[in-house]
Unconditional design. Structure first.
Length: 183
């Protein structure tokens, strides 16, 4: 059975973007990006909300950058992508389809039949998955910045106990926290 994994690069105060929607402070350095690539290597399907898909679709056409970025682009392009949106009409990447509603039962079936792991991207969609008890692992990358407001990485109306599985510190002060939700 595949795992459903939520990963987020956040500020220390728990935001994935500041109040202006900016997240330039979250750009990973080479060491962190290499680590993220290894975490993403087993992922065969990405589940996205519309906004996260629009950000991530950058990887569909990028052909420059260093070896680490090219590796990530190849991983991203090789995976299937499902975008949950009521407003998106077309997609701009291969191996991508649109679903209008997030159905927990369909995700359970996907997990049961998938040959590789599934990643849920975007805090709103991840919130739905967490509420439904579908998330098997959380990877949070805390950046040494406090942005004060913005888009929270986790919903404020959710209570989930977590077990810490691992932690790692990176150059520049980023800390990776790997959790498993307790059911």
């Amino acid at each position: 059975m595949a795992k459903l994994i939520y990963s987020a690069i956040t500020s220390l105060d728990g935001y994935v973007a500041d109040e202006d929607g900016k997240f330039d402070w979250a750009a990973p350095g080479a060491e962190l990006h290499s680590f993220i690539n290894e975490l993403e290597r087993p992922v065969g399907t990405y589940l996205y909300g519309r906004r996260m898909y629009e950000v991530m679709s950058y990887w569909e056409t990028v052909d420059s950058g260093d070896e680490i970025e090219r590796d990530y682009a190849q991983l991203w392009r090789a995976a299937d992508k499902i975008v949950y949106s009521t407003t998106l009409e077309t997609v701009s990447s291969a191996r991508t389809r649109i679903e209008r509603t997030f159905e927990p039962d369909a995700i359970e079936q996907m997990k049961a039949s998938a040959a590789s792991d599934i990643s849920v991207g975007g805090p709103e969609l991840a919130g739905h998955a967490l509420r439904a008890g579908l998330v098997d692992e959380c990877h949070l990358f805390l950046n040494p910045i406090v942005v004060g407001a913005g888009t929270p990485a986790l919903p404020s109306d959710l209570r989930v106990e977590l077990e810490l599985l691992d932690e790692r510190r990176f150059t520049g002060g980023v800390v990776h926290l790997h959790y498993r939700p307790l059911r």
